[in-house]
Design a protein around this ligand. Structure first.
Ligand SMILES: [Zn+2]
Length: 389
């Protein structure tokens, strides 16, 4: 903008109403954050060597469409910028991508993919793909829980949204066996009997929190003793007091790890022991998690982990920080050029998620990097010990 027009713009600001000033301030803050993110990308490029040949000699080579500095390698002659080779290297409309990040981490209630697509004027599949890239980059920071630790599990209905299993089965029953359950709406439509209570189609999400505000959630493949031990062992200090609803697995975890254990009931009078031992905070957390998941109308099982992580890191993550994480993450094969149809059909009838069995916990893979090897060794020892008893 020319200096003269800018001065005119400033003069015209005088007539703004208080509401308009607020709106203007918000959009300026967004722009400042976005500029900070772009500076971060440029800084990465300034320090980096050529991602194609690792040479260090480079020269400035104009700017990319998103406004970041482009460099050209003196050795191989290829160009690159701070995003090249990262999980978001192929995204052309970085400004819109940043708006999606802002919506996910800085808005009070994140919008649905369709709402967001409409607001940004792009295809809903693009927003969906971006959201999946962001969700894959998230992980909860594990702070060991201490003091009074409330632990309980909540259940999320299993969903295969986007899977083509029934369509494929109707088209070619010989090669595509009948899926193990009806689609949820068909139970209502046909009056088919649904298993009551905790059937295998309800996925447990274990949540734990202490009174200092540290909290943690993990979707579990099942509620067996071993699974719960593996999940809780690295995150609960040995001097903690565990409050639970009395599921056998918690009692056995407490016994094996020497943690004191308080069992709370559901009937009036048994919901509290003394003034401080209860599981009401963790139950309130469950209801907030469910409220958060509701607008997404049951995320598919294979993406549920990402949504749970999203809820738990949402309040403590700033969009610029999330962008920073994405820059550090190398590109995953299939991120670009993969159509949504392909992504949906990657769940084939032969894939393990269909058999209903899952091997191991996500936490064990994650802990390998976040916990010290000593803790990991202790977990392995205790689990072996527990299971040879
Ligand atoms: Zn090079």
């Amino acid at each position: 903008m020319k200096q003269k027009s800018f001065e005119n713009l400033l003069k015209r600001l005088q007539g703004l109403t208080p509401d308009q000033v607020d709106a203007l301030m918000r959009s300026i803050q967004d722009m400042t954050a976005q500029n900070a993110a772009l500076t971060g990308i440029d800084q990465t490029a300034r320090m980096a060597c050529c991602p194609h040949c690792q040479a260090t000699e480079k020269q400035k080579w104009g700017r990319t469409r998103s406004g970041t500095q482009r460099y050209r390698c003196n050795q191989c002659g290829k160009t690159f910028n701070g995003r090249t080779g990262s999980s978001i290297g192929h995204i052309r409309r970085l400004d819109l991508f940043y708006r999606v990040l802002q919506d996910m981490f800085a808005s009070t209630i994140p919008g649905s993919v369709r709402q967001l697509a409409e607001r940004l004027g792009i295809n809903k599949d693009t927003v969906w793909r971006w959201r999946q890239i962001i969700l894959r980059s998230l992980s909860q920071r594990i702070e060991p829980l201490s003091g009074i630790v409330e632990v309980d599990e909540t259940f999320v209905r299993e969903s295969r949204k986007g899977s083509r299993e029934w369509v494929l089965h109707h088209r070619d029953p010989a090669n595509y066996p009948k899926p193990p359950r009806l689609r949820w709406y068909e139970y209502k439509l046909t009056g088919a009997l649904m298993k009551r209570g905790l059937s295998k189609w309800r996925l447990p999400v274990l949540t734990a929190m202490d009174r200092a505000g540290n909290r943690y959630a993990e979707r579990l493949p099942d509620r067996r003793d071993r699974t719960i031990y593996q999940c809780l062992s690295p995150i609960i200090r040995r001097d903690a007091a565990l409050c639970s609803d009395g599921l056998g697995a918690y009692a056995r975890f407490a016994q094996a790890s020497g943690v004191s254990h308080f069992v709370l009931g559901t009937k009036p009078g048994s919901r509290k022991i003394g003034q401080s031992f209860h599981i009401q905070n963790v139950n309130a957390l469950h209801s907030r998690l469910k409220d958060f998941l509701r607008p997404f109308k049951g995320p598919a099982k294979k993406y549920l982990d990402g949504y749970v992580d999203w809820y738990f890191v949402r309040n403590s993550t700033k969009p610029e920080r999330a962008l920073d994480n994405l820059l550090k993450l190398p590109k995953v094969q299939g991120d670009s050029g993969t159509s949504v149809v392909q992504m949906e059909s990657e769940v084939s009838p032969t894939s393990p998620s269909y058999t209903g069995t899952e091997t191991g916990l996500r936490i064990s893979a994650r802990n390998a990097s976040t916990c010290s090897s000593l803790v990991a060794q202790e977990v392995t020892n205790r689990v072996t010990e527990l299971w040879t008893l």
